[in-house]
Write a protein that binds this ligand. Structure first.
Ligand SMILES: *Cc1c(COP(=O)(O)O)cnc(C)c1O
Length: 390
């Protein structure tokens, strides 16, 4: 029956594209009786390692990217209170993970064009207590890894890459997440590969990953798969005070099939991206910078800048109007120092990082899911064009 009000369906921002293969694998996992960490997690780790061109002993699956960041920084063995330089234009989890690891976050402003952390700002933020840099490959665009690694080498710093937006991203022919000591990935529902909740740690050093694996499961020397499998009961030893961060087979069941379609979904998002670029070229809104030569963009977020002076509508007015048009949008992100917790704890003011502040106050993420049809994309385009008045 048709809806008499004929309201279009709400276009959910970041809706995942779930297909029959995932559904069948989840069912098979449930029927197998083994829901927890086991053979499907091991397969997902092997598949992920092969896809990022590293050894399976260089990856460890966990239950979120937040967990991956936290465990990486604990496994890195940095002394408490060490300073970690990161971007103010990121999700709060990046900064919270630094704090949970007992370290001190220091912000360095972004480049206003790329929206990624500015290497000059990193260098200016270095103090005698700096021990690590935590770049975020924002929206899927790679950070300037040649310059960041040169700074890290010069000052003897570790590098932990937040690759939550950047599963497919490459820089000068090499996957991001493989430049630093650690790369941390997210499989949250809105990300490019989905397990519901989930994350992956990739490490340059296999010993770091072995430690991260132990830390991610209570600090136990043998995981449940090895204790309760048909090889017979094995005693475990607690060798550190770890966390409960392991991924379940039920999650990996989704991820295995999502990862198999990672290229197909990337190609679909690129198509939507190019359609938006063409449709919005004449509008007085800021568009994402063109991808840099010799890099691969992950096309995770299509962010436009709504400046009230140029557009005749405020950013928040734009968000409300899109919502009234039944189109879901996102904000990535209000800069970290806009939030009261960090203001109170560190005395930060948004004005100290002016590029991140301005971007955060103007940015809107438009729907870019591979689950979108061409008609969905046309609805987004029509809505933006009519709001910005062409
Ligand atoms: C989503 C996200 C995270 C956290 O990922 P989870 O898997 O949800 O913990 C961290 N950093 C950035 C930049 C993100 O977008």
């Amino acid at each position: 029956m048709s809806n008499p009000d004929s309201q279009p369906p709400f276009l959910v921002f970041g809706a995942p594209r779930i297909e029959e293969a995932e559904i069948a694998e989840v069912e098979a996992c449930l029927r197998s009786g083994w829901l927890g960490t086991g053979p499907r997690v091991a397969q997902f780790e092997r598949d992920f390692a092969a896809w990022r061109r590293v050894s399976p002993s260089q990856v460890a699956a966990v239950n979120s990217c937040t967990a991956a960041l936290h465990v990486s920084m604990v496994a890195a063995g940095l002394e408490p209170g060490s300073e970690v330089i990161t971007t103010p234009l990121t999700f709060c989890a990046t900064v919270n993970a630094i704090l949970h690891a007992g370290l001190t976050p220091v912000l360095a402003d972004v480049d206003p064009v790329t929206q990624n952390i500015d290497p000059d700002a990193i260098e200016a933020a270095i103090t005698p207590r700096t021990r690590a840099i935590l770049p975020v490959h924002f929206a899927g665009r790679p950070c300037a890894m040649d310059r960041i690694m040169a700074i890290a080498d010069k000052y003897g710093l570790m590098v932990i890459e937040d690759c939550a937006h950047a599963i497919e991203t490459e820089y000068h022919g090499r996957p991001v997440g493989t430049f630093g000591d650690f790369g941390c990935y997210s499989f949250y529902v809105t990300k490019n590969v989905v397990t519901g909740e989930g994350g992956m740690i990739l490490g340059r050093d296999e010993e770091h990953i072995a430690r991260a694996r132990i830390l991610a499961l209570h600090g136990m020397s043998k995981d449940a798969w090895h204790r309760f499998s048909d090889q017979g009961y094995k005693h475990y030893q607690v060798v550190e005070c770890g966390f409960k961060y392991n991924m379940m087979d039920l999650q990996a069941a989704i991820g295995i099939h999502q990862l198999a379609r990672v290229e197909q979904n990337w190609a679909r998002r690129r198509e939507l991206w190019q359609r938006y670029d063409e449709a919005f070229a004449g509008l007085p809104i800021g568009l994402p910078a063109l991808p840099e030569a010799d890099t691969r963009h992950g096309y995770h977020l299509y962010t436009v800048m709504i400046d009230v002076e140029r557009c005749g509508i405020s950013r928040d007015g734009f968000l409300e109007a899109m919502n009234a048009g039944r189109i879901g949008t996102g904000v990535h992100y209000l800069s970290v120092p806009e939030h009261p917790y960090y203001q109170q704890r560190f005395g930060w003011r948004p004005e100290q990082w002016p590029h991140a502040m301005r971007l955060g106050r103007q940015t809107v993420s438009l729907p870019l899911s591979p689950a979108m049809s061409d008609e969905d994309a046309e609805r987004v385009i029509d809505a933006v064009q009519s709001l910005i008045g062409r």
